[in-house]
Design a protein around this ligand. Structure first.
Ligand SMILES: [Zn+2]
Length: 312
């Protein structure tokens, strides 16, 4: 935020604008819609991914078609969000309802791209923003596919892990290799252990071969940890678990008898919040802990432990 104002001030000085506030507002008045439109266009592709990947269909071979009558969708009806609103959610050929899921995924992608844009410095041509948008897009796919099918496509998690490489060498993430490795292990390992133990317990009780936490969830957290580092992962996991608990109770109350629930969507939401605010959350938490200790206080077990954590 500070950088943003600084840059706006610099631009204002160069261009002779006296009214800084006006200039700032103009900048966002132009850039936010651009990022949003970019997001809904990407979102309409994500819809295709979410529907076709679990069915094993090609992403590019067949043109978009109505799910009921199979009619090819007209070019004019391919505009994200607006076409759905214009057609009032109905196929132009057979009149069958088109799921509101499509405009929801599209506008969600647009809004999250804008959120990334604002959180990560308000700069359009930033490599970090590009990586964060790819990360966001992958999480949307993972979350919705898991919601639909209770399955995770680990290849998408591996793509998140691959983002760690450009993030490490081409952005000023400030993360050390250790930050990333600890990030990869700190949530995924406990998740894996809980999954194994719960799997054994459930098998003994019911004979079913299911785990409390699926392997795919552990893989996702390991891959995201490589990209985000441990300071983002801890709040991400806490947020994800909290959301899963809250929504789990609600879903159980609404749909009685539903025992299986996807954990992935909540982990994805947690990861998004962790990616945007997690590092600050962890830092302020640690600062609060450190400032509450007197400097000449004798070190006990806990304070020594705190001093082991590498602080930047
Ligand atoms: Zn149709």
């Amino acid at each position: 935020m500070y950088q943003m104002f600084q840059r706006a001030a610099l631009l204002a000085a160069q261009t002779g604008w006296k009214d800084l506030k006006y200039y700032d507002a103009m900048y966002f008045f132009i850039t936010i819609p651009i990022v949003f439109i970019y997001g809904i266009v990407v979102g309409s592709f994500l819809n295709v991914v979410i529907i076709r990947i679990p069915r094993g269909e090609s992403l590019i071979k067949r043109a978009s078609h109505c799910m009921t009558c199979g009619t090819k969708i007209r070019i004019i009806d391919l505009i994200p969000v607006f076409s759905w609103l214009f057609l009032r959610g109905k196929c132009h050929s057979c009149g069958e309802k088109i799921s509101p899921r499509y405009p929801i995924v599209e506008s969600l992608t647009g809004l999250l791209f804008v959120a990334n844009f604002l959180v990560f410095g308000g700069e359009i041509f930033s490599f970090n923003l590009l990586l964060m948008c790819i990360f966001t897009a992958l999480l949307i796919c993972i979350g919705f596919i898991d919601w639909d099918t209770l399955e995770m496509y680990d290849i998408m998690s591996y793509l998140i892990a691959a983002l760690a490489i450009p993030s490490h060498f081409l952005t000023d993430s400030g993360l050390t290799v250790w930050d990333r490795l600890i990030g990869a292990a700190c949530i995924s390992v406990p998740f894996f252990i809980i999954g194994e133990i719960s799997g054994i317990v459930i098998k003994k009780k019911t004979g079913e071969k299911v785990r409390g936490i699926e392997l795919g969830d552990s893989i996702l957290m390991a891959c995201a940890g490589l990209y985000l580092g441990w300071k983002a992962m801890i709040p991400a996991a806490f947020t994800g678990i909290l959301l899963a608990a809250i929504f789990g109770i609600i879903i159980k109350a609404v749909k009685k008898g539903e025992s299986k629930m996807a954990f992935g969507p909540y982990l994805c939401m947690g990861l998004l919040i962790g990616a945007m605010f997690g590092e600050e959350m962890t830092n302020s938490y640690l600062e609060f802990f450190l400032s509450s200790m007197e400097p000449d206080q004798p070190r006990n077990f806990y304070t020594s432990l705190i001093h082991l954590i590498p602080l930047r």
